[in-house]
Structure formats: structure tokens, C-alpha cells
Design a protein around this ligand. Structure first.
Ligand code: NAI
Length: 299
């Protein structure tokens, strides 16, 4: 059955180019009314342009429905106003793709604290603000689909991106609590870690690979994850047509008592503590306490 978004209103942040533009175009092709948000700055978040307006023009030329929004995700009031405008024009908001992002790469040694703060502000606070601005509407409608954009840097690390990585893993953490809080109102929240040839990565990819990693090849994961039958609380990787799942896991661990309940005991039992056989994927923080409880009961 084909996935459609008729009668759905979607907001895509940072949709003036790159991945966000792909998501916005395809959501509109499949029937959604789309708010194309973008500040239109450069890769570091500096400056402004009419990037969002251009994507709206593309959508309209293809017969779709869209509105441009030039707000910054870093300003909660602007996010609230964006949501209010969408509701005023179209009567609701059902889908939010938190995609806006910037880079200010440097080794941690050389990183200015202001650049750490700015990158966390755009990715982590920006996604939290846009989501918060939609949240009551999602609850009232008993329908909401939220996608956070993480990154392999956040999940696994990358030299020179401490600020970006911290923000990106924070988004996976945000997903893990919002999915719990949204469940009873049919709000599903997922995390995507894309790999794509965009202006953000153009210096990293040789030309042939840049083309192979066309953002259009990430789009199917993003759209599935905000669709009616989307899963929830998933971390999905997507790049060049390869789709993956990533997990935060927990080992069974070791119960240490007596003399072993000491730093030396942790050292001595390190292999057992880190042994991955019997590893689980907790579906909430309570999972950790349950494993501990089982250990205490001799399980
Ligand atoms: P991009 O630079 O083309 O897109 C990011 C967009 O966000 C830009 O259009 C920019 O103007 C907009 N933006 C920046 N600050 C904003 C703000 N305060 N308010 C509203 N819009 C703002 O780069 P790309 O690659 O399309 O990135 C999209 C998302 O995917 C980002 O969150 C990025 O961190 C993430 N990502 C991309 C990867 C890749 O391989 N391209 C890898 C991992 C994550």
C-alpha cells in the first residue's frame, strides 16, 4: 500500500536545501501541506537568504501546497508563531521533521565555548523548541509524528565535532523520553542518522561518492518514520540507499559484593561487566533497574 500524507500538515525545519528540501518535496508530492522552514544562512549558521521560499516555489510548481517560514529554530517564540500560522492556514500540524543544523567543527582543544553553545543551541534546543511548539497540538489531535535528526557523530563519535556530537546524541535522548510521554496520544518519535552528500559534507566526500550519497536516498527512511504506521523510539541510519537500525544496549553486568565491591573488584570483573552475551535493549530507563533487581535476586 502506498504511503500518503493527504490531510496531513508537516513542518520540516532547515528545509531550504540538502536533506530537508528532499523531505519537503516528497511530503508535498504525497499530499501533505508543508511548512518549509529555513533561516537561509550558510553552513555555520551565518547570514540569511530566501532558500525556504525557493523550495516553496518548487513545490507549488509541481502542484503541491506549501508555505515558507524564515524563523530560527533557536527562538521558541518564533517556533510557536510558525505553528500558529500553519494551524491558522490549514487547521493543524501532524508531522515535524527536526532537520535544521549547522557545523562549527574544531578539535575540542581549539573550540571556542561560544561555538560549542551555538551548535548545541541549534540542534538540541532548536529541535526541543520546535517540538514543544507542536506538542499540545499533537496531544489535542491524538496524532503526532516527530523525527529528530541525529548523526553518526552523536551515536559513535567523530574527531573535531565535540559540540555537534554532544547535541546529536542529546537528540536521541530526547526521542527516548518523548516517545514514552507521547505514546498515549498516538505521538510517535524517532531518530534518524543520515549520511548524505550536501553542502554540510561536500568536503568529506570525493565527487563520485558525493553523488552516490544523494539526499534523495535518505528520504525514504525519513518519510516512513513520520508516516501513519511508523514505528516509535527507533534510531535509524540511512545513506546511499542503505538503511540500518542502531540501539542503546545494556549488558547483564556483574553483582559485586564483599572485597569485590571496590575499584579493584570492578577491574577484576571487567570482562564479565562488559560481556555482551544476554545484552538487552531497554525500552525505558526502568530497564536498568530491572536488570539490577534481577541480579540481586540471583537471576
Ligand atoms: P544543510 O546545511 O544543507 O541543511 C541544514 C539546513 O538547516 C540549512 O538549509 C540551514 O539554513 C538550516 N538552518 C540552520 N540553522 C537554522 C536555524 N537556526 N533555523 C532554521 N534553519 C536553520 O545540511 P544537510 O546535510 O541537509 O543537514 C540536514 C540535517 O542532517 C542536519 O541536522 C545535519 O546535522 C544532519 N546530518 C547530515 C549528515 C550528512 O551526511 N549530510 C550526516 C548526519 C547528520
Amino acid at each position: 500500500m502506498s504511503i500518503r500524507f493527504d490531510d496531513k500538515i508537516a513542518i520540516v525545519t532547515g528545509a531550504g536545501g540538502g536533506l530537508g528540501r528532499e523531505y519537503a518535496l516528497e511530503l508535498a508530492r504525497r499530499g501533505a501541506k508543508v511548512v518549509v522552514n529555513d533561516l537561509g544562512g550558510d553552513r555555520t549558521g551565518t547570514g540569511a537568504s530566501d532558500a525556504a521560499q525557493q523550495v516553496v516555489a518548487e513545490i507549488e510548481a509541481a502542484g503541491g501546497v506549501a508555505m515558507a517560514n524564515g524563523a530560527s529554530v533557536t527562538e521558541y517564540e518564533q517556533m510557536a508563531e510558525m505553528v500558529a500560522r500553519a494551524k491558522e492556514a490549514w487547521g493543524g500540524v501532524h508531522i515535524l521533521i527536526n532537520n535544521a543544523g549547522v557545523l562549527r567543527d574544531k578539535t575540542f582543544t581549539k573550540m571556542d565555548p561560544a561555538d560549542f553553545e551555538f551548535v548545541v543551541r541549534v540542534h538540541l534546543l532548536g529541535s526541543a523548541y520546535a517540538t514543544k511548539a507542536c506538542w499540545d497540538t499533537f496531544r489535542e489531535q491524538n496524532y503526532g509524528r516527530v523525527l529528530m535528526t541525529a548523526s553518526s557523530t552523536g551515536l559513535f563519535g567523530n574527531f573535531g565535532q565535540a559540540n555537534y556530537g554532544a547535541a546529536k546524541l542529546g537528540l536521541a535522548g530526547l526521542t527516548k523520553t518523548l516517545y514514552l510521554e507521547g505514546a498515549k496520544n498516538n505521538i510517535k518519535v524517532n531518530t534518524l542518522a543520515p549520511v548524505a552528500g550536501t553542502r554540510m559534507t561536500e568536503e568529506l566526500f570525493p565527487e563520485a561518492l558525493f553523488k552516490a550519497f544523494d539526499p534523495a536516498k535518505v528520504m525514504p527512511a525519513a518519510l516512513y518514520l513520520v508516516s501513519e504506521n511508523a514505528p516509535t523510539n527507533q534510531i535509524v541510519g540511512a545513506g546511499a540507499g542503505v538503511f540500518q537500525a542502531s540501539y542503546v544496549t545494556l549488558t547483564q553486568g556483574a553483582l559485586l559484593t564483599g572485597d569485590d565491591l571496590s575499584p579493584e573488584g570492578v577491574e577484576a570483573h571487567w570482562a564479565e561487566i562488559t560481556d555482551r552475551s544476554g545484552e538487552i535493549v531497554p525500552d525505558s530507563g526502568a530497564g536498568q533497574s530491572m536488570v539490577i533487581g534481577k541480579k540481586l535476586q540471583g537471576g
